[in-house]
Design a protein around this ligand. Structure first.
Ligand SMILES: [Zn+2]
Ligand SMILES: [Zn+2]
Length: 405
């Protein structure tokens, strides 16, 4: 350490953050009480637009559906850097007993996106308050529908990274993998790709007592489910990582009836594009040939638009964020991050532009953390403040970055 530049734009960043801390928590709790699912984030988008407008940002609303882009042009020369925050919730009914739990049964912020939204708004407001000193142009991308992996693609298609032309994209995910106060970043693949598939097995229905007069799609589906694991263990190189999961099986109506069809719904995860391509491609012929062996037919459909590539952090940007994190929270609070098999369509922004997606700890201090997407998911809100600090540090760095660095 380190070539971390001294932050001159906001000399007393810690004080700025302290000033906004309570407002940040209140804003997160408001989003938490009013969760909205992907593509339906109208209230959330309305609040974002209102706050950004009041802070003096240029606004584009309805980008890729319910997305919002806020543009803050600083008075000093500099680069164009974007900060991405996802804003959607999940179809879960919250089981926590907190004063600010979800007011909508069946919908819940169980991944921390309420925190991401609040942090990004607070970042925009903080930088807007220092506009006369701000170098370059900060772009805020409030992305809908991350949980269904659709929002990033539609925002990019609708030009979210142009006018102004964004050079770098940064973002964070709050996580209960680490305690509040910790920041982690991984160079290279850090989250897996995701592809979702359906396999429709067609046989010939009939009486359960006379299987020889039928073609049983249930048996075929069972062989396909087991066989998929062999695709991973026998065809993917041992040093690579991949997961194939069938999460849902549909077929049949009664104990003694052989149905016409059975349907599998599953997903494929991998860290490297060739591994992803290999499994996606193999699935089709593998399933159909197993079916053929049993005289049935299997059709595989990869659900277009529902997947995304792996999140890959370029080594230089992961290094910059790591150095900034060490400077901001101390080396002891920057644990080594492992790649995880979860997916995030931030990967699509990072395919378009260099940048970094990093972790900010928010595990509750006094209890066993619940995993993300659990109805009892809870965060230590002290992580929000760390997220705000790291968001500001990394954005200021990107806005001032010179090529030789
Ligand atoms: Zn999630
Ligand atoms: Zn998430």
């Amino acid at each position: 350490m380190s070539n971390v530049p001294v932050n001159k734009t906001i000399p007393d960043l810690a004080q700025e953050v302290r000033k906004r801390k309570d407002g940040l928590v209140a804003l997160r709790r408001d989003f938490h009480r009013h969760p909205e699912l992907g593509h339906e984030e109208r209230r959330t988008a309305g609040i974002i637009a209102e706050r950004l407008h009041a802070a003096g940002l240029e606004l584009r609303t309805g980008v890729g559906g319910t997305g919002v882009v806020g543009i803050l042009r600083g008075d000093k020369p500099g680069r164009v850097a974007a900060w991405r925050a996802d804003i959607d919730a999940l179809p879960l009914t919250e089981t926590l007993a907190l004063p600010f739990i979800s007011e909508i049964p069946g919908k819940m912020h169980a991944c921390g996106h309420d925190g991401h939204t609040a942090i990004a708004i607070a970042m925009a407001e903080t930088l807007a308050a220092h506009r006369s000193e701000l170098p370059g142009t900060a772009v805020f991308l409030f992305q809908p529908a991350e949980e269904v992996l659709g929002g990033a693609e539609s925002m990019i298609k609708e030009g979210a990274l142009e006018n102004p032309h964004v050079e770098t994209v940064l973002g964070l995910h709050l996580t209960t993998l680490f305690p509040a106060g910790h920041v982690a970043v991984k160079a290279g693949p850090s989250m897996a790709s995701a592809d979702f598939f359906d396999v429709v097995v067609r046989g010939k229905g009939g009486h359960g007592a006379f299987p020889h007069l039928s073609i049983d799609p249930i048996t075929v589906a069972a062989h396909i489910v087991i066989g998929l694991q062999d695709l991973v263990s026998r065809e993917v190189a041992a040093q690579e990582t991949a997961v194939m999961t069938v999460g849902q099986i549909e077929g049949g109506t009664k104990h003694n009836i052989i149905p016409e069809t059975a349907v599998l719904h599953g997903s494929i995860r991998a860290f490297k594009q060739p591994v992803r391509d290999q499994l996606v491609e193999r699935l089709g012929s593998f399933a159909s040939r197993i079916a053929q062996a049993y005289r049935a037919e299997a059709r595989v459909q990869i659900l277009n638009g529902s997947g995304c590539p792996a999140v890959v952090n370029p080594a230089d940007w992961a290094g910059h964020v790591h150095d900034l994190a060490v400077d901001e929270v101390g080396a002891g609070c920057v644990p080594e991050a492992e790649a995880i098999m979860g997916s995030d369509d931030m990967s699509l922004f990072l395919k378009e532009r260099p940048g970094c997606y990093f972790w900010v700890g928010a595990a509750p201090a006094d209890k066993e953390p619940m995993p993300h997407h659990h109805p009892g998911f809870e965060m230590d809100e002290r992580g929000l403040e760390v997220g705000l600090r790291m968001g500001l540090r990394t954005m200021l760095y990107a806005l001032q970055k010179r090529d030789r660095e």
